[in-house]
Ligand binder design. Structure first.
Ligand SMILES: [Zn+2]
Length: 432
């Protein structure tokens, strides 16, 4: 099949991370899919079209995408977007019976199950989900965070699921309910509400509500409960950031599971001569939109992997054609005024000695940020500059693990900057 040049160009610019992609015809999404590696998946539609692809592939004039932190997030986002946009060609080959829904019964003790049919009254249906197996695995992870019942009966003693921490237990089935059981029921319903939010792709709302709950308990000096909720927050964040746990696909990124971060981190720490562990690294990129509005992009890697939820944009405020150095200074200074984002262990900056010094001065301005290690990547000379070290290190001579992380960080910062400019319009259209 002949692929049109403008499609080829668009595929080249797609990221290789997990997320959801959209095929558009004259601005309307006609097909939405999820992938562990967006670029590879989209390429396959064109290079090895199935009989399903054949009926719409030639109509596509634009490809958009939304990146996610994990495959689970992509799965949930895909479902909510298919529901919202009802793209023509997601529906041609499937009717409701082929899709999967998560059903949540209403009533005293909500029960949760997966179904093809949306025909029970007083039931909330979330979906449509395209793949049953992935959905089951996702629910299994989420059930650890939000234990639930799968049946409206429970034996008097603890069941198998109870012992695995997946079931709220026999207590809530007491008749008549003790005050403790009534309280348990109220908490169960609140917990199910949050599970519903997560399944609807509203993870942030669920996390916000958990954080409010935790603060409430702390204020009441109920620290045991507060800690319980805090563990839930961690567990949920962990599930949602979990790599590619639900399907067998292998991601084609440079961060491979054969290269555990512990080993890389040790080498990194030696290289930077840092006494502190290196876990969080930020990388900066300054770019212009059509030569007018300059924007600073910040990407964040935690333990060697991008954490997109922490990425930030800074619109440069200075006027009169500011130079690169001044813009970098502005961005770093503004970033360091945000302790609530959590400070990084290292900052990677694009540029040579001048840029490195801007970084050093910015973080030394405050005692709290003095420990951040500044490094810069001089692309012309292909060298790495490290704070406090006179020798510049040729990129080629870096240990492979470190080279991979540095290049990945740098790529990611550029990609984030570019994708932001390119997709700002389509994103406004497609995301809530
Ligand atoms: Zn149980």
């Amino acid at each position: 099949m002949k692929i049109l040049q403008h499609i080829k160009d668009q595929i080249k610019d797609l990221p290789t991370s997990a997320g959801v992609y959209y095929f558009l015809e004259k601005g309307t999404p006609i097909y939405i899919g999820k992938a562990i590696n967006i670029r590879e998946r989209v390429k396959n539609h064109f290079l090895q079209p199935t009989y399903k692809d054949d009926i719409f592939i030639e109509k596509i004039d634009q490809i958009n995408f939304t990146q996610t932190n994990s495959e689970i997030e992509a799965l949930l986002l895909e479902a909510s977007l298919i529901k919202k946009h009802q793209p023509k060609f997601n529906q041609v080959w499937r009717d409701d019976k082929n899709y999967f829904y998560v059903a949540i019964s209403k009533g005293q003790k909500p029960v949760i199950y997966i179904t093809h049919q949306k025909n029970t009254p007083k039931t909330i249906y979330i979906g449509p989900f395209v793949e049953g197996t992935s959905l089951k695995k996702t629910l299994k992870f989420l059930r650890k965070v939000f234990p639930y019942y799968t049946s409206d009966k429970h034996p008097e003693k603890k069941c198998t699921w109870c012992h695995l921490g997946l079931c709220p237990g026999p207590k809530l089935f007491e008749t008549p309910p003790s005050p403790e059981a009534s309280e348990g029921l109220r908490e169960y319903k609140k917990s199910i509400k949050k599970l519903q939010l997560v399944l609807e792709g509203k993870r942030k709302t669920a996390l916000y509500s958990l954080k409010k709950e935790m603060e409430g308990f702390s204020k009441q000096k109920n620290f045991e409960k507060a800690l319980e909720v805090r563990d839930k927050i961690y567990a949920l964040e962990n599930v949602m950031a979990h790599g590619n746990v639900i399907s067998g696909e292998t991601p084609a990124t440079r961060t491979s599971s054969f290269n555990p971060w512990e080993k890389t981190e040790k080498i990194f720490r030696e290289l930077l001569r840092s006494k502190e562990p290196i876990s969080k690294i930020e990388c900066y990129d300054i770019s212009n939109i059509q030569g007018k509005q300059a924007v600073g992009s910040m990407v964040v890697f935690v333990n060697g992997k991008p954490d997109k939820s922490q990425y930030k944009k800074f619109r440069i405020k200075m006027e009169n054609k500011p130079n690169d150095i001044a813009m970098l200074k502005e961005v770093l200074t503004r970033r360091l005024r945000h302790p609530e984002w959590g400070y990084p262990d290292a900052m990677l900056i694009d540029g040579g000695i001048a840029q490195l010094n801007v970084g050093i001065n910015a973080k030394n301005a405050d005692a709290k940020t003095q420990n951040i290690k500044i490094i810069s990547i001089a692309k012309g000379k292909q060298e790495l500059l490290i704070e406090g070290q006179k020798e510049h290190i040729p990129l080629k001579s870096l240990p492979q693990e470190i080279y991979n992380v540095i290049v990945h960080l740098d790529d990611e910062a550029h990609r984030f900057a570019i994708s932001y400019h390119k997709n700002i319009r389509s994103r406004e259209m497609l995301t809530e």
